[in-house]
Design a binder for this molecule. Structure first.
Ligand code: DGP
Length: 116
């Protein structure tokens, strides 16, 4: 169910613009507004889940569809040298948008994953 105050639900509903990359009945992919790599795309389920943990527990099949879509997009974006798939989940991860989204990052060597 769409949440009226959710940024990514508004993108799904066409109420806010986004540079769309791919769409299925259950998922939408669009370019990140603040790219952290030459290719930075977000894949979201159209249904609203706060984060990956909530989606995995509620709908494993949808989780698989989000992952499958990311792999297809990585292929179509020619990220054959490698890419990173990332779900920020919760406060310590730095999650800023609370509609689950899978980051696809690639297009250059990405370096270490996190600093400690
Ligand atoms: P996270 O930290 O995992 O919650 O990442 C949220 C990402 O969403 C961040 O990389 C920037 C992106 N983002 C935030 N607002 C918008 C928006 O309105 N449009 C698009 N395309 N991306 C957005």
């Amino acid at each position: 169910m769409a949440m009226t105050d959710c940024l990514f639900c508004k993108i799904v509903a066409g109420e806010l613009p986004a540079t769309k990359v791919a769409e299925t009945d259950a998922t939408l992919a669009f370019r990140d507004i603040n790219p952290q790599a030459p290719t930075h795309i977000l894949v979201i389920p159209k249904a609203h889940y706060v984060n990956a943990a909530e989606m995995v527990l509620a709908d494993p099949d949808l989780t698989t569809r989000v992952m499958e879509e990311a792999v297809k997009i990585a292929d179509s974006e020619e990220l054959s040298q490698g890419y990173r798939l990332l779900f920020n989940t919760g406060k310590d991860s730095g999650q800023e948008v609370f509609h689950v989204h899978l980051h696809i990052l690639g297009g250059k060597p990405l370096g270490p994953m996190v600093s400690v």
